[in-house]
Design a binder for this molecule. Sequence first.
Ligand code: GDD
Ligand code: MN
Length: 389
Amino acid sequence: MTTLVLPDQLSRTATATSTFTAVEDMRAGSPEITVVVPCYREAPNVRPLVDALTQALAGRDWEVVFVDDNSPDGTIEAVRELARSNWRVRGISRIGRRGLSTAVIEGALSSSATYIAVMDGDLQHDETRLGVMLDALAGGHCDIAVGSRHVAGGDNSGLANVWRHALSNGGITLAQMILPVKLGDPMSGFFALRRDLFVRTAPRLSGAGFKILMDLVLSAPEKVRVEEIPCTFKPRLAGESKLDILVMLQFLGLMLDKLFHGWLPMRFLVFAFVGLIGIIVNIAIMNVLRLSGTDFSVAQTVGTFAAMLVNFWLDNTLTYRDRRLRGIRLYGGLLVFLVVCSAGAWANIGIAQLFRDDGQTFDRASATGAVIGVVWNYAVSSTLIWRRK
Ligand code: GDD
Ligand code: MN
């Protein structure tokens, strides 16, 4: 096909081209190693990390990809600033999403390298061990090389406090109960593997929470050989940890999910659990109001309304954490939630009545009503309110 180029277009093209820097084809093909760094609010750590990697990986063919979830501190700008003058630095910016594991997955899938290494963006992981990890992989000794704090020579002193130490040890014990391979430090966020293994495992990953390594080992299509490289876990360079109680709950969820081979619909269980809390709130408020002389129907209405608000808040922060609503969408979501739950409550009563008319006992009739009610609420919440992004 021939394209007709008009004279004014020609001149525009010419001026446009002239504003670009003319460069030789500086680099052909993908580097051999991609270091994937999930980061959230790590702006001051970006440059020190790139400097540290430049030293540690000198003589190797590498790149680093920072995967940032639209951090308010301008982490991605810090990345782009470096990327402008250094082809080894890349950034992925995700909007409207949060999560360490999914960030790692997307970073790794953006790579065309032979090897993937994953490390934190706060310099807690000892980058000087990367070379040893990559050599272990290249030597064919293992499928995944793990930077481990819990083998001879490793050190875990960088954990913030006694509380974190206890939690970490508890988690390790729990994890080891279900892991198919021996892994002294299953919670490590510092590891390396061949990209093709990652790609083959990716469709099976749960992606929840912080424990991408465990997720990988548990989801890999074949049994993986792991080698642990002793590492020191240093204190964070700047900023603060994002690991909180919700992340730990997600870890429990991941364990259960893998234990039951994905058969337990985790999100639904959390939703039902939140619903249970709602019922308790409802009953508690209703009784307090009744004791202070309020009319039953008023007390019940206030109790139900409070329960719905609590449920909405919990579902938004816990059940649908990864799809959390904010700002104006939060209010829209709440409105739909209230309507949906009220409809659910009516359906619940109606169905219970139907079963009752059918000659079922009270217990069975109201249990059926409740189950159908919660399934309805869940179905509508998942599709209408907290939609998959
Ligand atoms: N993109 C993205 N999105 N990155 C995130 C998010 C998120 O929602 N949450 C955390 N990160 C990034 C952080 O910016 C950091 O680079 C890395 O993930 C680890 O997060 P930290 O908040 O520093 O976690 P930690 O130091 O408490 O936990 C680390 O140590 C644990 C062992 O004690 C992590 O490496 C864990 O994986 C590890 O188990
Ligand atoms: Mn950290």
